[in-house]
Design a protein around this ligand. Structure first.
Ligand code: NAP
Ligand code: MG
Length: 403
């Protein structure tokens, strides 16, 4: 390497917690800083600093993402009661991912990293299936009543104009349960834009599914909005030879299982919650799952789908060697740098993202792996190494590729 790869716009760097914070530094030291003249605006979202800043740092990092357009994020702790004691927190701060997602009005896309020697549980899957989950409303923002006697349940809407609508949900003859949920056109529209944008970006077909045959107003509105928004992307889709495919959720499930993969599956909130766990498990490992937050106006935040791997961190603190898989975090960096390169017209930076990923595949294909992958591999004899040795093995191959 004569000269480091140059950048023009800073990348928003969000540091995090526990084992992934340790990996973060290794990845930067071994795989980024020796090759790239890194321009980054650094935000420390580690729980200690979030508490010191009363979570202002999370808000600032989201603002910076809006300003510059691309962020890379390390996994962070979402505090619970146990963390309150452990870190002596002033408050039980909200999930940073939740805060950033709502500030960017973003949609999360989760995709597996696929290698030949790890076969998905569904044998015809050849390419990744990316799940886009609508992260607003429905049952996650619902209200519920336990009706403990006979009575009438109604759905009521009082419009600002004075309009009044009322329908009977059910005449209860005895005890039962009821639930009221909502969504907004605005949120559904943002979701649709993020999905079509990401499909164009990654040159993949977009599937969308609801149950509009049963839910003739609620789910039907999702379908209507997606078809409306698609009009704005139709030309781009045609140019790229992409398809927008709408079908019922149950039909989608059957088709997904029979498919070869290689598309984005946009899901309503609950469907996305359930299906993303099914799809990611079927592809093999949570440690090999990437996640990208995309806003409707095209801002991107890249991260691993897994958490801070607490169990490994406690071992690390005791001085024990750990073999935590850094793949998804490395792919967050490669994805973010490639996107920065694309946006700024920097071919070398874009190429660096690709070569870094290729060097990871070289390493895994030669059988050098972290412990979690050993039991999953077929056809190559895997040798498990610790995290740092794994990252160093990737570095050797990256140096060769960039020479
Ligand atoms: P986790 O960190 O994803 O880890 C759960 C288990 O999955 C680990 O104990 C490990 O299994 C395995 N695993 C996950 N990632 C791995 C990797 N890269 N390499 C090897 N094994 C890996 O989930 P968690 O333990 O439920 O949560 C820990 C913390 O992360 C929590 O404080 C939570 O709030 C936070 N979290 C953050 C995010 C985010 O920032 N996006 C997402 C989820 C959770 P073994 O122990 O069996 O080896
Ligand atoms: Mg879930």
């Amino acid at each position: 390497m004569e000269k480091k790869i140059q950048m023009t716009t800073p990348l928003v760097e969000m540091d995090g917690d526990e084992m992934t914070r340790i990996l973060w530094k290794m990845i930067k030291d071994e795989l980024i800083l020796p090759f790239v003249d890194l321009k980054a605006e650094y935000y420390d979202l580690g729980l200690v600093h979030r508490d010191e800043t009363r979570d202002q740092v999370t808000i600032d990092s989201a603002e910076a993402t809006k300003k510059y357009g691309v962020a890379v994020k390390c996994a962070t702790i979402t505090p619970n009661h146990q963390r309150m004691d452990e870190y002596k927190l002033h408050e039980m701060w909200k999930s940073p991912n939740g805060t950033i997602r709502s500030m960017l009005d973003g949609t999360v896309f989760r995709a597996p990293i696929i290698i030949d020697s790890i076969k998905p549980a569904v044998k015809n899957w050849e390419k990744p299936i990316t799940i886009a989950r609508h992260a607003y409303g429905d049952v996650y923002k619902s209200v519920e009543i336990r009706a403990d006697e006979a009575g009438v349940a109604k759905l009521v809407f009082d419009g600002e104009s004075g309009k009044h609508e009322e329908v009977v949900i059910h005449n209860f003859k005895g005890a039962g349960v009821l639930q009221g949920m909502h969504n907004t056109d605005k949120s559904i529209r943002s979701f649709a834009h993020a999905c079509f944008k990401y499909a164009v970006d990654t040159k993949q077909d977009l599937w969308f599914s609801t149950k509009d045959t049963i839910s003739k107003k609620y789910d039907a509105q999702f379908k209507i909005i997606f078809h409306e928004v698609f009009e704005e992307y139709k030309e781009q889709f045609e140019k790229l030879g992409l398809e927008f495919f709408y079908t019922l959720i149950d039909d989608a499930v059957a088709r997904v299982i029979r498919s070869k993969g290689g598309y984005i599956w946009a899901c309503k909130n609950y469907d996305g919650d359930v299906m993303s766990d099914m799809v990611s498990t079927a592809f093999g490992s949570l440690a090999m799952m990437t996640s990208v937050l995309v806003s409707p106006d095209g801002k991107y935040e890249y991260e691993a789908a897994h958490g801070t791997v607490t169990r490994h961190y406690y071992k690390y603190l005791k001085g024990e060697e750990t073999s935590t898989n850094p793949m998804a975090t490395i792919f967050a960096w490669s994805g973010a740098l490639r996107k920065r390169g694309e946006m700024d017209g920097l071919k070398d930076l874009e190429n660096f993202g690709n070569q870094l990923e290729a060097a990871c595949f070289d390493t895994l294909n030669e059988g050098i792996v972290t412990k979690d992958l050993v039991a999953l591999m077929e056809g190559v004899k895997p040798t498990a190494v610790n995290s740092l040795d794994f990252i160093k093995a990737i570095r050797q191959r990256l140096e060769k590729r960039l020479a």
